[in-house]
Ligand binder design. Structure first.
Ligand SMILES: Cc1cc2nc3c(=O)[nH]c(=O)nc-3n(C[C@H](O)[C@H](O)[C@H](O)COP(=O)(O)OP(=O)(O)OC[C@H]3O[C@@H](n4cnc5c(N)ncnc54)[C@H](O)[C@@H]3O)c2cc1C
Length: 456
């Protein structure tokens, strides 16, 4: 019998490519994934693309692709602290610690992708190790019904020019240091000075002038329960040089400890217990992302339509934790539409799908990223929502709802709309809520555990 299955080709086997690949195989497609690395190299010879926390909603989308395989890396809330100044002028600005209205999960992208690839192969998917060039892409696209480009931020993404109407920034807004650590046991009482749920709350510690840090539970592909750190240095911040002092797992760990010793010493007793993952030399990296929305559907030189997914379509500064979530949701929406659509997959049809995704998620995800970057457009949000979150638990939790479901943010833009958001949640006027806010004199401090502090 002739093979009547629709054929798909996917270039790139990161989270986006493997998610779409498994989803398309499950939807009855005959799928080939092309990857510039073999399976072992994807898992062991490169760093994770990011921490890739799924906040709430995206876990439900992901469940349409693959069952939940992980019970480590879950977080249940966020402890926020903001400081300003340094040295003698160092001042605590505000803090709040709030539970999420959902569950969040941080799993090594290399593990997520490998698990997807394993299932993809078991269900008959084909995996070809080959670096695909634009000419190859043309030949590949000529033979299949659907071609997806999932090559991440570089490489073939350049076939899809940036969309000036949807792209806000021309350069990176933060220099990044990502690192994963072991050594800090999940001793909940040690975290109690910051968190109502012990080690299960992430920390988001902000220096108003220099940048931000994220620190939270993480499932490393080999080491298991660990903690992930991401530092976000603003341009010109002294953190940029501090991050650049990281050249390997040990110096990355030392840079993080030095950062906390200098700027956030309240947490040092815990942070000093972190140990590098020497067994994974790729457990850290330096980076920077220019947040870019691409014209995500293109034609190859002979006119075959190809669509970008994941970072190849939209790349985000990671401060709002949107990239991996966006990749999964884009793939799921596309596969849902393909299950319904039995006609030819045309350039126009692919554009309709990307525009649907833009309206459904990607636009709001870019806006929530601007909110967390402290973009001028969101100055009133920062001014009102942070202190409101500090005095009202519901507002604090609702603030983090934007990470899971960013769309409501599009309707909360003016000062009046922010005021209404606050008063609807608090049951009293925004002025009354904000009048209760008092800046803290100092923040509670971690106590040294059973290990001595490591000086840097
Ligand atoms: C520091 C940091 C923290 C982050 N934290 C979060 C978070 O908390 N939440 C969240 O949702 N997102 C987060 N992200 C974003 C998230 O990690 C990415 O959006 C996601 O992993 C992108 O997956 P991808 O498959 O699109 O790209 P990639 O992972 O880059 O995969 C692309 C693949 O294509 C391959 N490839 C490239 N060119 C070719 C070619 N020509 N031929 C064949 N193969 C090719 C590459 O080798 C690679 O394997 C973070 C990102 C960073 C940098």
């Amino acid at each position: 019998m002739p093979n009547t299955k629709r054929k798909a080709a996917i270039v790139g086997a990161g989270l986006a490519g493997t998610t779409a690949g498994l989803g398309l195989v499950n939807a009855g497609f005959d799928v080939t994934i092309y990857s510039d690395r073999d399976r072992a190299s994807l898992r062991d010879d490169m760093p994770p693309t990011g921490t890739a926390v799924y906040f709430g909603n995206s876990l439900e989308y992901d469940a349409e692709i693959i069952e939940n395989l992980y019970d480590v890396g879950t977080s249940t809330g966020m402890s926020v602290r903001i400081f300003s100044g340094s040295g003698e002028t160092r001042t605590p600005v505000l803090e709040f610690d709030r539970p999420f209205n959902y569950r969040a999960q941080a799993v090594d992208t290399r593990l997520r992708a490998d698990d997807r690839l394993g299932r993809f192969l078991a269900r008959g998917g084909q995996f070809v190790v080959r670096t695909v060039t634009p000419d190859d892409l043309d030949a590949i696209a000529a033979q299949v019904d659907l071609t997806l480009v999932a090559t991440g931020k570089g490489g073939l993404s350049l076939l899809f020019p940036a969309d000036p109407d949807r792209t806000v920034y021309a350069k990176p807004q933060r220099q990044l240091l990502l690192a994963t650590f072991k050594g800090l046991n999940r001793a909940d009482h040690q975290f109690a000075y910051r968190s109502s749920d012990g080690a299960r709350h992430n920390w988001f510690t902000i220096h108003a002038d220099f940048g931000e840090t994220f620190f939270g539970p993480y499932l490393h592909k080999d080491a298991g329960a660990t903690r992930a750190f991401i530092g976000f240095a603003k341009p010109g911040s002294p953190w940029v040089d501090l991050f650049k002092s990281a050249t390997d797992t040990q110096s990355a760990r030392d840079a993080v400890v030095k950062l906390f010793a200098t700027y956030f010493p309240e947490d040092l007793a815990l942070v000093a217990q972190l140990e590098p993952l020497h067994e994974d030399p790729h457990s850290w990296f330096l980076g920077a992302v220019t947040p870019t929305v691409r014209r995500a559907v293109a034609r190859t030189k002979n006119g075959h339509p190809v669509a970008a997914i994941g970072d190849a379509a939209v790349s985000f500064d990671p401060i709002g934790g949107q990239g991996a979530q966006n990749a999964v949701i884009q793939s799921v929406l596309l596969i849902r539409a393909l299950r319904e659509h039995k006609g030819k997959i045309t350039y126009e049809w692919l554009w309709d799908q990307f525009n649907t995704h833009w309206d459904h998620r990607a636009e709001a995800a870019t806006e929530v990223t601007r909110l967390f970057l402290g973009d001028e457009k969101y100055a009133a949000h920062a001014e009102l929502l942070f202190p409101a979150a500090a005095v009202n638990a519901k507002i604090g939790s609702a603030f983090f709802d934007f990470l899971s479901e960013p769309r409501p943010l599009l309707g909360i833009q003016t000062r009046e709309q922010i005021g209404k958001f606050i008063s609807d949640l608090a049951g009293e006027t925004a002025e009354t809520v904000l009048a209760r806010f008092k800046a803290p004199k100092q923040f509670a401090q971690a106590k040294a555990g059973d290990r001595s502090l490591v000086s840097t």
